[in-house]
Write a protein that binds this ligand. Structure first.
Ligand code: GCU
Length: 646
């Protein structure tokens, strides 16, 4: 499509493959895709070949793995199944000339996680308050426009291609908050989902659908959605059969139930296992799965009530249900116990349910991390989550625990010509795919890979500058926003920009409890909400004690006086001042860095990035001044360095 940025697949990225003689052996839709890719790259098919891609039965590469080698001037990719060949092809593209250099012994590549999913929070309709894509910062939906399926779906195909090239293999097409029109995608508007699936399929992407738990009432004319009611179960079974008749490789359902106003099993006195299992049973005959979200909490809490702790909610609801879920029910858990804040501990649910398949949900769309107006490369945060060992050293990491269910990211893409609003936010979608494939991959290396693919002809100066701007940008963002893991100092509703007390006296359960003496949430067992007790050892004790709680999570777990001395030697109040001055300075430096290289990218990319950096610098200063002023006024403690606080 003209005018759309090619993201990490510009024509120049295919130069190395395009200048080679390539053979593709095998049959199947995805092998045909590889053939088409090879042809589009300009490769010749005449022999002798420089690159041979073939389906072979030897080895145990699985459905998606491939083996790469090079000997006697020939690079070889072998896969056992078509998807593996496609991933192998994109791997060669990533390597570029390096794929055709020295001999290589056989390397086997297999994804660590089988399910690597992006969830779209897309609505069919435009909603006055939230736009079309809930928490979307990249324009409208790639799938729907003005209440109807897009007439031209060619961009969906391009999107599938981008996703496959970073290893993603499934897409949930619609918002977890399933409004009336979107509910119909399950039945009378299923053809729209089938049309999207047809565009995604050639790139090995399976389609999933968010469904409304009350569908039997909304769509089926029943009077109940009780998961144990036989008529309800029959309705779901018949409806699901129809889905598979229309979309034979359909992936399954995503459900947000009893959460933020969505219907669920509680209305019928049933458990979330009852609800999930009913859908799992409907999907099982067809090989589908239900992703049942664990984001269940009381959003109508009384702020005066100090005994309710939203961080506890998912564990309190779900841990007792461990072992009760069907094999094809996957519990989808947000990575932190609250809600995608810049810094949270890992959710204790992930360690608490060894008898349940778990998927971990990340948020690529930058709801709380600058809304794609700020540069904020999230792979370092995600990598910390994936490497975290909830049961202590020597025990499985989060990435291993998620092997049973997969890794999910809320998509940051939309119909914006740069796909993600901020051109540099593409790196988050790319990095998500790469981390889902290889959770121990190194975030700085993924960043360089993305830079190299996206700007293949970039001189070293541009590559180095992009790296310098982006690599630590999550921590920069953390520095100028909410301090020490406390979270939620954002404007209520849209969640952009500072508003320290914006949520403090609301029903949402997101408080910081700052007063003249101190700040933070006491979640200890000794004197607080007891949340630390949801962790296994060693973390239950590490987080409980002020001596061992990591600084960056201090205010998540403890309420401390402003004079409390951190492990880094600074007091809490001085740390707040120092990080906020430093963070805003770093944002300004980012803009300076870009001004020296912006001319090296296309003028359209340059203009967009400049516009966003201007806003980031303005916003970071706003954060700095509001946070510093707020805490200065509360505490009365001056900055030891005498900098300007209002
Ligand atoms: C956040 C977000 C909502 C979203 C919800 C969810 O609360 O602000 O827009 O619906 O998460 O994950 O379901």
């Amino acid at each position: 499509m003209t005018g759309v940025h090619p993201a990490w697949l510009p024509a120049e990225a295919f130069r190395a493959v395009g200048s080679r003689r390539v053979a593709v052996h095998g049959d199947g839709l995805l092998v045909d895709t590889v053939r088409a890719e090879v042809a589009a790259a300009g490769s010749s098919s005449s022999s002798p070949h420089d690159l041979v891609l073939s389906i072979g039965s030897s080895g145990s590469l699985g459905d998606e793995g491939f083996a790469l080698s090079r000997a006697d001037g020939v690079t070889t990719v072998v896969a056992n199944a078509p998807a593996g060949l496609l991933y192998g092809f994109f791997h060669v593209v990533r390597l570029g000339e390096a794929a055709f250099g020295a001999d290589r012994p056989v390397e086997v590549h297999r994804p660590a996680l089988r399910r690597r999913i992006v969830d779209h929070w897309d609505n069919v309709d435009l909603h006055p308050a939230i736009g079309q894509v809930e928490r979307g910062y990249a324009g409208g939906s790639l799938f729907w426009e003005r209440g109807a399926l897009r007439v031209d779906l060619s961009r969906v195909r391009d999107y599938a291609r981008l996703l496959a090239a970073c290893g993603i293999n499934a897409v949930a097409v619609n918002n977890v908050n399933v409004h009336r029109s979107e509910a119909h995608l399950l039945t009378d508007r299923l053809g729209e989902v089938a049309a999207i699936a047809a565009e995604l399929r050639p790139y090995g992407i399976r389609t999933h659908l968010s469904v409304n738990f009350a569908s039997p009432i909304l769509l089926g004319g029943l009077t109940t959605a009780d998961p144990l009611d036989p008529a309800v179960r029959r309705w779901w079974a018949a409806t699901t059969r129809q889905v598979y008749e229309t979309i034979p490789d359909f992936g399954g359902y995503v459900v947000k139930a009893d959460s933020e106003g969505q219907p669920g099993p509680f209305a019928y006195g049933r458990s979330h296992a009852d609800g999930a299992n009913m859908l799992a049973d409907a999907l099982a005959p067809h090989g589908g799965v239900v992703h049942w979200r664990a984001f269940v909490y009381n959003h109508r809490q009384d702020w005066r009530d100090r005994s309710t702790d939203r961080a506890r909610a998912a564990y309190d609801h779900f841990a007792p249900l461990d072992g009760q879920f069907r094999d094809n029910a996957i519990l989808q858990v947000k990575h932190g116990p609250m809600d995608f804040q810049t810094r949270e501990p890992v959710s204790p649910v992930i360690a608490a349910m060894p008898g349940t398949r778990l998927a971990v949900e990340l948020q690529a769309t930058q709801e709380y991390t600058g809304q794609q107006r700020h540069v904020c490369y999230l792979a370092p945060m995600w990598s910390e989550v994936l490497r975290f060992r909830p049961n202590g050293d020597g025990r499985p990491a989060v990435a291993t625990l998620a092997q049973t269910g997969g890794l999910v990211a809320v998509s940051n893409a939309g119909d914006d010509r740069f796909w993600t609003g901020h051109p540099l936010a593409q790196a988050n979608l790319y990095a998500f795919g790469r981390l889902a494939w290889a959770p121990d991959a190194d975030p700085p290396a993924i960043l360089d890979e993305w830079i190299g693919l996206t700007f293949p002809d970039a001189p070293p100066q541009l590559r180095q500058t992009l790296h310098a701007m982006m690599d630590d940008s999550w921590r920069t963002y953390e520095r100028y926003t909410a301090p020490l893991g406390v979270g939620f100092m954002v404007r209520p509703g849209h969640h952009y920009g500072p508003d320290v007390d914006g949520y403090e006296y609301t029903p949402w359960g997101t408080y910081h409890f700052a007063d003249r003496d101190g700040v933070g949430v006491d979640r200890t067992r000794a004197t607080g909400t007891g949340f630390t007790g949801q962790y296994p050892q060693p973390w239950a004790d590490v987080y409980e004690s002020l001596d061992t709680c990591p600084d960056e999570l201090l205010l998540f777990f403890h309420h401390v006086p402003y004079g409390h001395v951190l492990h880094n030697g600074s007091t809490v109040i001085q740390h707040i001042y120092d990080t906020h001055f430093a963070g805003a300075d770093e944002a300004a430096r980012m803009r300076d860095l870009w001004s020296s290289v912006g001319h090296l990218v296309g003028s359209d990319v340059d203009a967009r990035v400049r516009e966003r950096l201007d806003e980031q610098v303005r916003s970071a200063a706003e954060w700095r001044d509001q946070i510093n002023t707020y805490f200065y006024r509360k505490s009365g403690v001056p900055d030891v360095k005498g900098r300007r606080i209002y």
